[in-house]
Design a protein around this ligand. Structure first.
Ligand code: AP5
Length: 233
């Protein structure tokens, strides 16, 4: 049976800003043929397109704070009910608060993936503070195909240019040092409690995010494959 013929169910990626959620979500999405649903990417697209949601979210993102639930929850509900999510999806950057996690639990209670119910596989990518700072200040990304680079650990072949499409790489506005520190504070205050929330439910898998990108991916694949069989209800 091919990977694309079986249901994977929901996968939730937790981790601080810079832990590698986006990098890993792309690998997992490709490996299992499910979409990466990144709330940060969707919000940034809305900002770039100047939609009403983007206009409301822009200043909040640029301050490094969390966008209010009355904007984020309908946006996520709309994305997760699209057809490409019917075998499963990987959530990158959502949930970020206990309120969002409780909302997701209620949302998933009513959902089936290819006719089966799944509980989410929750993976926490753990990375130390100094490494997070270096990753965020060194991150560059391609605005055309969203490939992620790092000037220290994963530089492009030619400085400042995407290896795949040749587009000029950009630095995210919220990767400035003063905004990074706000993002890390809101992570500690609002998102870290989710680790305990999922641990209490016996759903949490923890991975050392300071390993190489390929090693982290391999550990994630094994966590997802191990949990998918056991995770269906
Ligand atoms: P979002 O876009 O979700 O940002 P984040 O959580 O701060 O996470 P990042 O995208 O910064 O980091 P990442 O973990 O994806 O790391 P990456 O793979 O890029 O959110 C942005 C904003 O949107 C929020 O601040 C908030 O305002 C709003 N928002 C989003 N979701 C929301 C929600 N649910 N509710 C409310 N508001 C929301 O990697 C980082 C760097 O490290 C890269 O350069 C990469 O190349 C490098 N790297 C990755 N892995 C490795 C490795 N193993 N070894 C060495 N380098 C590595």
């Amino acid at each position: 049976m091919t990977e694309s013929a079986i249901a994977v169910g929901p996968v939730v990626l937790l981790g601080a800003p810079g832990a590698g959620k986006g990098t890993q979500a792309k690998q997992i999405a490709r490996r299992f043929g499910i979409p990466q649903v990144s709330t940060g990417d969707i919000l940034r697209e809305n900002v770039a397109q100047g939609t009403e949601l983007g206009r409301k979210a822009r200043a909040v993102i640029e301050r490094g704070e969390l966008v209010p639930d009355d904007l984020v929850l309908p946006m996520v509900a709309e994305r997760l009910t699209q057809l490409d999510c019917e075998r499963g999806f990987i959530l990158d950057g959502f949930p970020r608060t206990v309120n969002q996690a409780e909302w997701l639990d209620r949302f998933l209670e009513s959902r089936e993936f290819c006719g089966k119910k799944f509980r989410p596989v929750v993976i926490n990518i753990k990375v130390g503070y100094n490494q997070l700072l270096q990753r965020l200040t060194g991150r560059r990304s391609c605005p055309a195909d969203q490939k992620i680079y790092n000037i220290y650990s994963q530089p492009p072949k030619k400085e400042g240019v995407c290896d795949f499409c040749g587009t000029q790489l950009v630095q995210r506005k919220d990767d400035k040092e003063e905004v990074i520190s706000e993002r890390l504070k809101s992570y500690e205050r609002q998102t870290l409690p989710l680790v305990d929330y999922y641990r209490r439910q016996g759903r949490l898998r923890e991975i050392d995010g300071e390993l190489s990108v390929d090693q982290v991916t391999a550990e994630m694949i094994s966590a997802i494959e191990g949990s998918s069989a056991a995770g269906s209800a």
